[in-house]
Design a protein around this ligand. Structure first.
Ligand SMILES: *Cc1c(COP(=O)(O)O)cnc(C)c1O
Length: 344
């Protein structure tokens, strides 16, 4: 099948992850539920990558990672402060609220899908007293749902507001790798050194079949988290097949090259869209997604040619996602087709 821009999850597994998966499978029997050497090694490598002693858990997907980690940080009367476009609020069918057992998500609709210290301050202080939910967590998405990123200089003022109001900081890092690839800073600088307490570190969109990691930088926050994972149906009994594939991403910084490639393809796509009549970028391209206004007639012409992508905002705001394996030829073909449609 041809490559598409509907989502970065349209791509399959990257070869390095697949190879490690097959090796682990061939190795024969091993203890289940994470009691195997691959899982121990993958956790150690993640700790090394983040330059700190942290607690790591592997769950099936990003929704589970977000929902369980937020539930861990909240009581049922608590609230999570997040952006109005956040995946936790708009794309998880209420899973965070379900696992929080009553918790609520409070949102602000600030520009470019990025929260601001002022908006967080406003939400953190909106309520007081027992009639209202009590904010307990600030959740930031990195890279954001609009393909933008928070630099460390933007993160720090946000996490400072959180600290001041006693909020823990959660990061939805489904595309954390893409943010690192763009910013060129260290994973430690973009997380715990900037005040992040828990990171949901995405592996699936980066080249795995299954398995996102939850990284607790403050080990105390992970207290009894294993029970939550098990109760949530997220403890994989053949964990080694997930953690071995993770090793394929972690070794030789494959996770970073995969993300760099996807970002480069997004840049190529965006550069080609500039100047096409009627087409306009609606956000800066800082990760692996391109968000552009594309007139409906042009969208229809592209879909008629077999292209798949989502219209996210109104009738013209389209999302085009690049993946670890998006070929330059795919981008160029799409651009040729959109140019043809625009001049028809
Ligand atoms: C894809 C994604 C997730 C995880 O979604 P799953 O489909 O559950 O793996 C979480 N957050 C963001 C921002 C995402 O794009």
């Amino acid at each position: 099948m041809r490559q598409q821009f509907a989502s970065d999850n349209n791509a399959g597994m990257c070869p390095q992850a697949l190879e490690r998966f097959l090796e682990a499978n061939k190795a024969g029997h091993a203890l289940g539920y994470g009691g195997d050497p691959w899982t121990a090694e993958a956790k150690a490598r993640i700790a090394e990558l983040f330059e700190t002693d942290c607690e790591v858990f592997f769950v099936f997907n990003g929704t589970a990672a977000n929902a369980l980690s937020l539930a861990q940080l909240c009581r049922p009367y608590n609230a999570v402060i997040a952006h109005a476009l956040s995946h936790i609020d708009t794309d998880e069918a209420g899973a965070p609220e379900f696992f929080m057992g009553g918790g609520k998500i409070m949102t602000a609709d600030t520009p470019l899908a990025k929260l601001t210290p002022k908006a967080v301050e406003e939400l953190a202080t909106r309520y007081s007293g027992t009639h209202h939910v009590k904010p307990a967590v600030l959740s930031l998405t990195q890279a954001t749902e609009l393909g933008t990123v928070y630099a460390t200089s933007e993160l720090r003022p946000l996490t400072e507001v959180a600290r001041r109001h006693g909020l823990k900081v959660h990061m939805d890092g489904a595309r954390f790798a893409n943010a690192i690839a763009r910013l060129g800073c260290s994973p430690a600088d973009l997380t715990w050194r900037s005040g992040v307490d828990v990171l949901c570190f995405g592996g699936v969109k980066n080249g795995l079949a299954v398995g996102d990691a939850i990284v607790f930088f403050d080990r105390a926050l992970a207290h009894e988290f294993g029970w939550r994972v098990k109760q949530g149906g997220q403890l994989n009994s053949k964990m080694r097949l997930v953690s071995a594939a993770w090793l394929g991403l972690l070794e030789n910084d494959v996770w970073l090259s995969n993300a760099r490639h996807a970002n480069t393809m997004a840049d190529r796509l965006a550069a080609g869209l500039v100047g096409i009549p009627g087409v306009k970028l609606i956000a800066p391209v800082e990760a692996n997604g391109v968000f552009a206004d594309i007139p409906q007639e042009i969208q229809s012409a592209l879909r008629a040619k077999g292209w798949q992508f989502y219209t996210f905002f109104g009738e013209t705001g389209c999302r085009l996602m690049c993946a670890w394996d998006t070929a330059p030829e795919t981008v160029d073909q799409f651009l040729a087709d959109i140019r043809a449609a625009a001049s028809a």
